[in-house]
Design a binder for this molecule. Structure first.
Ligand SMILES: Cc1ncc(COP(=O)(O)O)c(C=O)c1O
Length: 499
């Protein structure tokens, strides 16, 4: 392109030198590209604006429900030999927005990531434009310092005075990395010899996130060595069962390496007993990990922050900022009490081509990471924190906790709604009682839930207990949802439940 334009210049104005015509042509192409970019950007900006405004209208569906088969034929996801113009590309963006679930809609309370904040969006765009990898300080100087700052601030909140940490690709991977650190610090030889002769085992609540299962499968520890500890009706791990199972595992020739407590279980939002589990971990010289992927936001809470007062004694802590604070998938951390444990677990050589000895080598985060290329996930959280301040994040979580109280009281006061267990955090599990007493309550709630999804107006998930009780699981991760929205949801649900 530049070549053609410079030829035209050269032909038209042969008194100009080659160099000047090339420069002019570069400027023209540059302006053209910039204009193109700005035009696309403006168009996208308008679409996003409209999309976000539509969320404020209660008539806007959370989802334009179609079955997978229907959606496949609606979307016509063709890829052709000849490319499409921008108009066609933008039409695809419209379609994407139209049929995707609106997780920023006030009636989305389904998954542990919802809500929205503009600073996070800005951070995401800037991190894309600067498209770097977190491997070394040299290629990600600002991002490295920002990530380190976030880790230090979070460690401060936990109470780790000489802590470390790393941003990872999700809470699941943070949990796996924690097991990796625990195993490396308890039986360093595993790195060379594998698990076999050591038979390591890990203890988690039966309500713990399924990522622990995936982690032990992948790490060769094996599902039989992930020992599940009983939980009570509220979903909390039983410390007495924990101790009994540690003793049994030892007697069985296994090598216990880690207890993982969950602070904010996925389904019920239960808070495992951190202090009791810590005492047991110390007594048996085990690594204590806290999976606070969901509940770690309590570090900022005035209302329930004290429930984490013993967290500083634990060895590691998972925290997903994207779950509560609307920073967008993925904004995950593994935080450690001692600096350097992640790097020690992941060191293995072969990376000399990338990690050089230079004045900033100590700042390189790549040697600690399981990934080589690593996206900049820190900026969206840092900008969010910067804009809200510590106080804003405290207000954020405490307001969500107030909404839980409101919702709980509504349920308790209504004769056709039943609380499955008392909420401790930001999850409420409840059932609708059928009018017709001959209907089976679990099936009834399941049918209602899918009827509700198909209306497209609400998205709230369901789950079940170990005794088979099936219930709605409403999660309060969406800052856009107000008490009025909550009341509207329950009222409309009860209207649907006219049988
Ligand atoms: C308690 C808990 N831990 C870990 C995870 C996994 O987090 P991620 O989805 O970021 O991998 C979840 C996800 O919901 C969770 O609830």
């Amino acid at each position: 392109m530049e070549g053609y334009i410079s030829i035209i210049f050269y032909c038209c104005f042969d008194r100009y030198s080659d160099k000047l015509s090339l420069l002019l042509s570069k400027i023209i192409v540059g302006i053209g590209m910039l204009y193109n970019c700005l035009e696309a950007w403006n168009e996208l900006g308008e679409m996003i604006n409209t999309y976000l405004q539509e969320n404020l209208d209660p008539a806007t569906p959370v989802i334009n429900y179609q079955s997978a088969k229907e959606l496949k034929s609606t979307l016509k996801l063709r890829l052709d030999n000849i490319g499409s113009d921008r108009q066609a590309v933008m039409a695809e963006v419209q379609n994407y927005l139209k049929y995707s679930v609106r997780t920023t809609h006030p009636q989305f309370n389904n998954q542990l990531n919802g809500g929205f904040n503009i600073e996070a969006l800005i951070g995401e765009v800037v991190s894309f434009i600067t498209n770097t990898s977190m491997a070394t300080f040299e290629i990600a100087p600002v991002a490295t310092l920002i990530e380190t700052k976030l880790i230090n601030e979070l460690n401060d909140k936990i109470g780790y005075t000489n802590g470390g940490g790393l941003m990872v690709t999700g809470g699941s991977n943070a949990n796996m990395l924690a097991i990796h650190c625990a195993r490396n610090s308890h039986i360093a030889d595993v790195k060379f010899k594998g698990n076999q002769q050591f038979n390591p085992c890990v203890f988690v609540s039966e309500e713990a996130h399924y990522s622990f299962k995936k982690a032990v499968m992948l790490m060769g520890i094996g599902l039989d060595n992930l020992i599940l500890i009983k939980s009570d009706r509220e979903g909390k791990m039983s410390s007495s069962d924990l101790e009994a199972k540690i003793l049994a595992a030892k007697a069985d020739g296994k090598t216990p390496i880690m207890i993982a407590s969950t602070f904010g279980t996925t389904v019920k939002g239960a808070l495992d007993p951190i202090r009791e589990n810590q005492e047991i971990a110390e007594k048996h010289h085990l690594w204590h990990h806290i999976d606070g992927a969901w509940g770690g936001a309590a570090l900022f809470s005035q209302k329930i922050g004290d429930r984490l007062q013993d967290a500083h004694k634990a060895d590691s802590f998972t925290f997903d900022a994207h779950k509560l604070f609307g920073t967008g998938l993925i904004t995950s951390f593994l935080l450690t009490k001692r600096e350097g444990v992640i790097k020690a677990a992941n060191s293995g050589g072969g990376s000399e081509y990338l990690f050089h000895h230079y004045e900033n080598a100590d700042f390189d985060t790549g040697p600690s990471s399981l990934q080589c290329g690593r996206k900049v996930d820190s900026l969206k959280f840092w900008l969010t924190w910067k804009s809200l301040g510590h106080a804003g994040l405290t207000k954020f979580i405490d307001e969500q906790l107030e909404k839980v109280s409101f919702f709980r009281n509504f349920i308790l006061e209504h004769p056709r709604l039943k609380l499955v267990c008392e909420p401790e955090y930001l999850n409420i599990c409840f059932q609708v009682i059928p009018k017709n007493s001959s209907l089976e309550i679990n099936q009834y709630n399941l049918d209602l839930r899918f009827e509700m999804v198909k209306t497209g107006r609400f998205l709230v998930n369901y789950s079940s207990d170990k005794d088979g009780t099936l219930f709605f699981r409403h999660v309060f991760c969406n800052n856009a949802t107000t008490n009025e929205d909550l009341e509207y949801f329950l009222t409309e649900l009860l209207k649907l439940a006219q049988y």
